[in-house]
Design a protein around this ligand. Structure first.
Ligand code: NAD
Length: 492
């Protein structure tokens, strides 16, 4: 493993052409532990020149990498899986320190990332596209998937260990080269993963890392040498990236923000539904695109369900993610904490009932951390801001609905369409929900509708811009072009 150089203030470096180098921009920012306020590192932002250098290396690498047999291209992924497993606990600690989530959540996130590396090792099968003999008289037709060149991905802060792996292993196993621009707010997990990538045996330039912010992303989108952009982040940025990338003639898949709902039927196991609702809303302090923070409960069981939820949420331990007993960790920045607190205030102003108020939480020994305890609102109505906008914090809203159908109406009226869940004991209700609810990921009796890596992950409506999603066969199609061979030979 080549050692990252430690320049300046322990700067997080780029990984370009197989070398660790400093970004040459004059801008950058501190990487801060959200639970303690301690500065962990500094990330410099990359310039157009840095991006251009990475693209040139990516193109040179593509010329030979794409010609290698597919069986050879997946070998570094087997190595990478092994390295990620060996370093999982250490990676999880880095992730907690820079992000604020709990150790359990960090380990779980990394496992979901590794699952993608495993799935991409099936590329010899994933790349198969189809063959028909005698498609016309004496004519055989075969579709093949071919890699295209250099791809880039721009990823958010909330899953720095997992989301890059929704793309990276598939891009390179299918024969492309790949440049990652991770979130500038928590780039240290990615840096650690690239130290492992460096060790895994990819040829120089096949997998690269450029750190930065908005300007770096613009440089990637505007560079003629990049074939396509995968983006995950907030909806306004996803929309902009989608438009800009398309205007620059690139393929683009852009996953945006969310507002996810749970519907609870009177036939559900209420205790189970309450536990799953609380964990779904509070996991990663609510900083998840799959957080279900609105629960629509059938009125006949609303009171009982509310009491269960409040009891469970009140027992959650708020604290430093490195403490094993912590259930709810820190929010990413003081600015984001302030934004979430403003939403809580908005909920109060618009008449919702704040039955559990986590605003006064204090964490001993972490007085400078960005903490907010669980906040539970009851009597929420669909027109309220807290029922409509993505809050991205540990805030859960309970809404009474006449029946499951009304719950489905509420969730379908959302601008977003990432995920939704139904808790029920009735097969017919489950079938109706699957048929009528509008979201890319629908769960029955599960709080978080997160598909395994061998299914695609994608939202609908304002949660996704594009057509081919992350993970599995969808992303392989994004990273390849299909050519059809039409073949006839003279009769012997
Ligand atoms: P963000 O949109 O602020 O940033 C995401 C990435 O885009 C970062 O790498 C950032 O540097 C870059 N960026 C930010 N502003 C930009 C701009 N104006 N132009 C170009 N690039 C820009 O998102 P975030 O706060 O890091 O992440 C949280 C958001 O991501 C939430 O809305 C969450 O729902 C969403 N998210 C969605 C999914 C999904 O699968 N749909 C998954 C995880 C997170």
């Amino acid at each position: 493993m080549s050692e990252p150089q430690q320049s300046g203030q322990n700067q997080v470096q780029n990984y370009i052409g197989g070398q660790w180098t400093d970004a040459t921009g004059t801008d950058g920012m501190d990487v801060v532990n959200p639970a303690t306020g301690e500065t962990l590192s500094y990330v410099g932002f990359s310039t157009d020149g840095d991006v251009d250098e990475a693209v040139q290396h990516g193109q040179a690498a593509f010329n030979t990498w794409s010609q290698r047999p597919i069986e050879e291209r997946i070998q570094p992924l087997f190595e990478l899986k092994q390295l990620l497993e060996e370093h999982l606990d250490a990676l999880a600690e880095v992730l907690v320190e820079e992000h604020g989530k709990t150790l359990d959540e960090a380990r779980g996130e990394l496992r979901r990332g590794i699952e993608n590396v495993e799935t991409a090792c099936g590329m010899p099968t994933l790349m198969q596209a189809g063959h028909v003999e005698n498609a016309a008289p004496n004519i055989d037709e075969t579709a093949v998937r071919k890699p295209l060149g250099v791809f880039a991905a721009v990823t958010p802060f909330n899953f720095p260990g997992m989301i890059p792996l929704w793309f990276l292993p598939y891009a390179v196993a299918s024969g492309n080269s790949f440049i990652l621009k991770p979130s500038e707010r928590d780039p240290l997990t990615t840096k650690y993963m690239f130290e492992l990538i460096d060790e895994a045996g990819f040829p120089d330039g096949v997998v690269q890392l450029v750190n930065g912010s908005v300007d770096t992303v613009d440089a990637l989108i505007e560079h003629d040498g990049i074939e396509g952009i995968s983006f995950v982040g907030s909806t306004p940025v996803a929309k902009t990236i989608y438009q800009k990338a398309a205007a620059n003639g690139k393929r683009v898949q852009a996953q945006g923000g969310a507002k996810n709902h749970i519907v609870v039927s009177e036939t559900a196991d209420l205790e189970f539904a309450a536990r799953k609702s609380v964990s779904s809303a509070l996991a990663c302090s609510g900083e998840r695109c799959l957080a279900n923070d609105v629960v629509c409960v059938e009125e006949s069981v609303y009171g009982e369900f509310r009491d269960l939820v409040v009891d469970i949420a009140a027992s959650q331990v708020v604290g430093y993610g490195l403490d094993e007993e912590t259930d709810v960790g820190a929010l990413i920045t003081p600015e984001h904490e302030e934004r979430v607190r403003n939403y809580v205030e908005t909920g109060v102003q618009e008449g919702a009932n704040l039955v559990l108020d986590g605003r006064d939480v204090s964490v001993e020994g972490s007085e400078d951390g960005n903490f907010l305890g669980p906040c539970i609102f009851t009597d929420v109505t669909p027109d309220m801001v807290i029922a409509q906008e993505e809050i991205f914090g540990p805030v859960l809203s309970l809404m009474s609905v006449t029946d499951v159908d009304q719950g489905i109406e509420v969730l379908n009226s959302s601008d977003f369409g990432n995920a939704a869940s139904l808790f029920t004991g009735e097969g017919a209700e489950a079938r109706d929900f699957r048929h009528n609810a509008q979201a890319g990921n629908l769960a029955i009796n599960a709080g978080t509708a997160a598909p395994m890596a061998f299914f695609h992950f994608g939202g609908q409506k304002d949660s996704f811009f594009g057509d081919l999603h992350a993970q599995a066969e969808d992303v392989v199609r994004f990273y390849t072009d299909e050519t059809v061979y039409i073949e006839r030979w003279p009769d012997a």
